[in-house]
Design a protein around this ligand. Sequence first.
Ligand code: KIV
Ligand code: ZN
Length: 517
Amino acid sequence: MRTDQVIIFDTTLRDGEQALKASLTVKEKLQIAFALERLGVDVMEVGFPVSSRGDFESVQTIAKHIKNSRVCGLSRAIDKDIDVAAEALRVAEAFRIHTFIATSALHVEAKLKKTFDDVVDMAINAVKRARRYTDDVEFSCEDAGRTGVDNICRVVEAAIKAGATTVNIPDTVGYCLPMEYGNIIANVMNRVPNIDKAIVSVHCHNDLGMATANSLTAIQNGARQIECTINGIGERAGNTALEEVVMAIKTRQDLFAIDTRINTKEIHRVSQMVSQLCNMPIQPNKAIVGSNAFAHSSGIHQDGMVKNKNTYEILSPESIGLKKEKLNLTARSGRAAVKNHMEAMGYQESEYDLDKLYTAFLTLADKKGQVFDYDLEALAFIDMQQGDEDRLHLDVITSQMMSHLPASAFVQVELDGKKYSEVSNGGNGPVDAVFNAILKITQIDLVMLNYNLTAKGEGAEALGQVDIVVEHSGRRFHGVGLATDIVEASARALIHAINAIYRSQQVADIKSSKVAN
Ligand code: KIV
Ligand code: ZN
């Protein structure tokens, strides 16, 4: 099969999501899926439907809504996995089933406790079963990076014969170096007799920091699909970063003479969204999307940039959708102005709730005076993360602290429409006192695993964002809060996490009542 384009297969919502501390809600996954669709990914792998009811539901919801990218679900080489994946995906405009089995001697013997012959048979059966549901079937040989090349060629040939249209060669543990990985791909291209009937795909992990280099070397050796994630999120050190391979191919057309369909101007926005919703900060010096990626610090560099940008800039901030001008609004700005600013940043009205955003904007504008576009974006991100029917709402908080004395707090909340208040004395600090008061009211038993405070925006005017991860009944929940004051932001983060716990309990209640019926 020939293609004069590199197919971008995004797996942020599958390989990326499975590495998060707390899983995303369906609403958050859908927001990311819409952003990936606008980015122009050819295929988005959005979950592993058999792994949980939640994964099944989110794959099905995304499959229903996405029209311009192919939606893909993962399955082991097991009949049930494939049937469940097909069931979740069949509502999609276009879908792919991705089935995989490990092929390295280590995995085959130690993990699967099978022989390589068994594995080949299972691969053939899985591909044939998936072909009953769709003519777009991808087969992956897990841990191909540590599989002998003869065995890779053998299983790939068998999978293509059984009907696989894409064959993926994952470096599952990020073990390979570029020349070595390029060689594996060259062998597959040259030695598998029916390779012209499938697209060769690559899927690299970044344990040795080689994921981008390995993926690009594979393209130079004939692969035509790259599997990657936004900001490189994923298991351990992550997966190949989409923004890196796409911008490398675009910037070095002299070497690749082949392009992707990605609208690169969407890169910055989707990167920010994924970082925010996944609670995965981006390191400042991260290639392409780090906050320093286009910053020139030394005097010599700054001088060169003034004289000719090409001296120190190989790609422009505008090419990834970074805008320099910071627009601002005030409390006198109307709904239309807020909507226009959102549009200028690339957000359609259907992606956020304008009424809610406008109310949050007015509250902020009253406190801060000027609201910048990055403030507006932060408010919209928070809205994307809030549930539609939250039971618990923050009404009033006050907290007090004096050096050498325990902190105290008064909190009033609304729970299921009724007001409750509580005083807490003896906190380690104002945030602790506020948390104690909220937990006394709600009587929720949870363990705080992570508390993170970041400044959103610039200078002293920045908003405080608090991200927490809590554990309740063996499950992890993410809570996020944004405010001009960090104690309030903390309270909002805890309330957000508690609402997520309530929602999960409702789902469990609905399920058990269904079982009882
Ligand atoms: O890393 C890996 O091998 C995978 C497969 C499931 C494709 O994620
Ligand atoms: Zn992987």
